[in-house]
Write a new protein. Structure first.
Lengths: 386, 370
């Protein structure tokens, strides 16, 4: 591993953390797509900043780009407030038009400008170690390392300082306002940080993939935990892990580093989505299947409880009466047997005392519409789940 | 300049093709976009257009040629897969739609970038031309492309007409539609598929990044002018087509203006204009209404102040000096004139008096019954 490679990985990891922290709050506040909007609409800001200074590394670029980022948020919110269109439409209207302005500005002055849309949108971190900051003749390291490092430090400082406020404002804006915090101030603070981070990250990983860095780690971890501190930490870890893995993968197949990292992030999310305990695809699928069987068992027991005559309760008549397939009927009867809810005597099914108690309780809770209570009863009565 | 352009349009075959192409594209996007906007799926277009990139790259990688229709088919497939993923994330987890869109948008696009850069570095690859899908190049439209677009547009139009009733019901009350026994899932899939098709059609012309605006802007503009779905769809189609034609015209008559961004900006102008000047919902109209209400309120305030003075006298039409109103700032000469015009007061030189009607109105000002 050369020092350039090490530097690239450090830059990528810092970008990942700097993006993941505001990203968690964006996901929690249901504003994930604002990052998409900001990442596109900083283009005109960068172009205007470049025209003013003719220097791609000038702080003016960052300032102008941040301003256009915040302008995007203000415009989106203004349009939303007019009530003429929905929020998502407002986002979808603002950023393409700002982006178009940027593209046209570049195209009109294409001849003498070393700035193209690809560079802004797609970025290239591989060149970052060669653009170094030389101070008084000493080499201080890559410029982008300093830039993203500064942004990250500021983000962390603000996060620590305003952690409590952010937390309250995110989960209960009304409470935050009544406690005397200004949700609006916190909102715009977060938006400004997101804009600055996007700007700081764009020349390393490109504007579009900033979205991946912001949203995907947060979304992955959000499927695993609901604790805010764990979310922040976990999202940063996922981001760093994906950055380092993605870097070496890109190195191996000789492809775009940012694209590969986004792909790795996508794969991580896909795995979490499938296998997350409790909230993942399989877990949900299993839960639904389980509940289906349990509801079926309850229906079956109600049927038994409601019919006194033995003919109705004969095991061979059930199939035609409840109209279940044989396999399903067997499964349900087996579950009921396992839980000691029924007993079978001479092919006649009857409820045990426990079964009767369960049925009565369950029915009274269902008619009260208290679904959560039903889960508690199941916990109490069931030895085996469906 | 307009005449010059029209002359050019008469003789330049390529320009005719491009103009026709952007017009058809604008019209289809506008019409199908109306459904996206009303279903609150505005940003679905953005996500799907970004997500079509890996499809294009994979088809190129497998076939090794730039067969336009093949690439579009790849884009279509990858767009549909993206739509399925988005739906899966929203329905199976507690993540919200914005997060789902963001995840699919960025990771699919990232994967597309990976493939594109990989293709670029292949020794025998003639990859130039794939990038046009990123930012769009209307200039590369061929007559066959326009034919394809028109065919798809016709099919889309027929399907929309055929399922008009179902589409409309699903849009406004999906639960009710379900209880009536319609297959909501099928209708839902149908609408989404056509939105994906419209997006894929536009990729070549306006590119991945700006495609969502083509879908949204005409529909958002049309929404401001009418509350009827049929009118909105037609109007959105019209706005889209006009944006396409005007955008092509502007970019053709100036140097270095790419068509896609110009079309998007013109469509945005339509939106701004509609937001401000629409007679029912427009901001200007709302502001005027606000001012009018405020003036009316002030007028009534003046009247009620007069009433307070008058009710201490036996004769309600006893004249009072206008100066009496001085310590109450809510009146002007104009507002007094208006009160007189409405028959509520009588003015006589420097005196005013309440009329019978004015007295009654003022008396019942706070009663809800009038």
């Amino acid at each position: 591993m050369t020092s350039a490679q090490l530097e690239i990985q450090i830059i990528l990891s810092l970008v990942a953390i700097a993006c993941a922290l505001p990203g968690v709050f964006l996901v929690l506040r249901k504003m994930a797509l604002i990052s998409d909007a900001i990442s596109h609409s900083i283009l005109p800001g960068i172009v205007i900043g470049f025209f003013m200074t003719q220097d791609l590394a000038s702080p003016m670029l960052i300032l102008m780009a941040t301003l256009t980022g915040v302008l995007t948020v203000v415009l989106v919110e203004y349009i939303q407030k007019t009530g003429l269109v929905k929020e998502d439409t407002a986002i979808g209207l603002v950023f393409p038009s700002l982006f178009s302005v940027g593209v046209i500005l570049i195209a009109r002055n294409a001849g003498d400008v070393h700035l193209d849309v690809d560079a802004v949108l797609l970025g290239e971190v591989a060149f970052a170690p060669f653009d170094r900051w030389v101070y008084n003749g000493t080499d201080m390291g890559p410029k982008s390392l300093w830039m993203i490092g500064t942004i990250l430090s500021v983000t962390i400082c603000l996060l620590v300082l305003f952690y409590k406020e952010l937390k309250v404002a995110t989960f209960d804006a009304g409470l935050a306002a009544s406690l005397g915090f200004t949700p609006i101030g916190i909102h715009y603070g977060l938006m400004t940080i997101s804009s600055v981070t996007t700007v700081g990250a764009f020349d390393a990983i490109g504007a579009v993939l900033v979205v991946a860095f912001m949203i995907v780690p947060a979304a992955c971890v959000y499927l695993l935990t609901t604790n805010l501190k764990k979310l922040l930490l976990g999202a940063s870890l996922v981001g760093v892990f994906a950055s380092v893995t993605g870097y070496w993968l890109a190195h191996a197949i000789d492809a775009s580093i940012a694209g590969t990292i986004a792909t790795v992030l996508g794969l991580i999310f896909f795995l979490v989505y499938l296998f997350a305990p409790g909230k993942g695809y399989f877990s949900q699928w299993y839960k639904i299947k389980q509940q289906k069987t349990e509801v079926a068992m309850l229906v079956f027991m109600l049927h038994i409880a409601n019919h006194e005559e033995e003919k109705e309760r004969n095991i061979n008549h059930l199939q035609e009466h409840i109209n279940w397939s044989q396999q399903r009927a067997k499964k349900v009867v087996k579950l009921a047997m396992q839980n000691n809810m029924i007993e079978i005597e001479n092919e006649i099914i009857s409820l045990t005392a426990k079964g009767l108690e369960f049925t009565t309780k369950a029915v009274s809770y269902i008619s009260d519409n208290k679904n959560s209570e039903l889960e508690g009863i199941k916990q109490k009565f069931f030895l085996f789940r469906g | 300049m307009i005449k010059e352009y029209l002359d050019l349009l008469m003789v330049d075959y390529t320009l005719q093709i491009i103009t026709l192409g952007t017009a058809v594209l604008g019209a289809v996007c506008g019409m199908l976009g109306s459904f996206a906007v009303l279903r609150k799926q505005s940003l679905l277009g953005d996500a799907i257009s970004h997500a079509s990139l890996p499809g294009i790259a994979i088809v190129f990688l497998v076939l090794g040629v730039k067969n336009n229709n093949g690439l579009l088919l790849g884009a279509l497939l990858s767009g549909l897969i993206a739509a399925i993923f988005i739906k899966g994330i929203i329905s199976k987890t507690h993540l919200k739609s914005d997060t789902a869109l963001g995840i699919v948008l960025s990771t699919f696009f990232g994967f597309g970038m990976l493939l594109l850069t990989y293709i670029q570095k292949l020794p025998n690859a003639n990859q130039s031309g794939l990038e046009k899908y990123l930012f769009g190049q209307a200039a590369t439209l061929l007559a066959s492309d326009v034919w394809l677009m028109s065919t798809i547009a016709t099919i889309a139009l027929l399907v929309v007409l055929l399922f008009w009733k179902e589409f409309k019901m699903v849009l406004f009350d999906a639960d009710y539609t379900k209880t009536l026994g319609f297959n909501v899932k099928f209708i839902d899939t149908l609408i989404t598929s056509f939105i994906v098709i419209a997006i894929v059609m536009g990729l070549q012309t306006v590119g991945v990044v700006l495609m969502s605006a083509m879908l949204l802007a005409p529909a958002a503009a049309a929404r401001q002018w009418t509350n009827s779905l049929a009118k909105m769809v037609l109007l959105a189609g019209l706005f889209g087509a006009v944006s396409g034609v005007l955008g092509t015209a502007v970019s053709a008559s100036a140097n270095n203006l790419s068509t896609g961004p110009v079309i998007v900006l013109i469509a945005t102008l339509f939106v701004v204009f509609s937001f401000v000047f629409s007679p029912i919902r427009g901001l200007l109209f709302k502001q005027i209404k606000l001012w009018k209400n405020r003036n009316d309120l002030k007028l009534m305030k003046t009247l009620s102040f007069m009433y307070d003075i008058v009710k201490t006298h036996e004769n309600i039409s006893h004249p009072h000096k206008i100066q009496m109103l001085n310590n109450f700032q809510g009146y002007t000469r104009k507002s007094l004139k208006r009160l007189q015009a409405e028959d509520l007061i009588l003015l006589n030189k420097s005196n005013w008096s309440l009329t019978e009607k004015g007295f009654l109105v003022a008396k019942n000002l706070y009663s809800q019954e009038l």
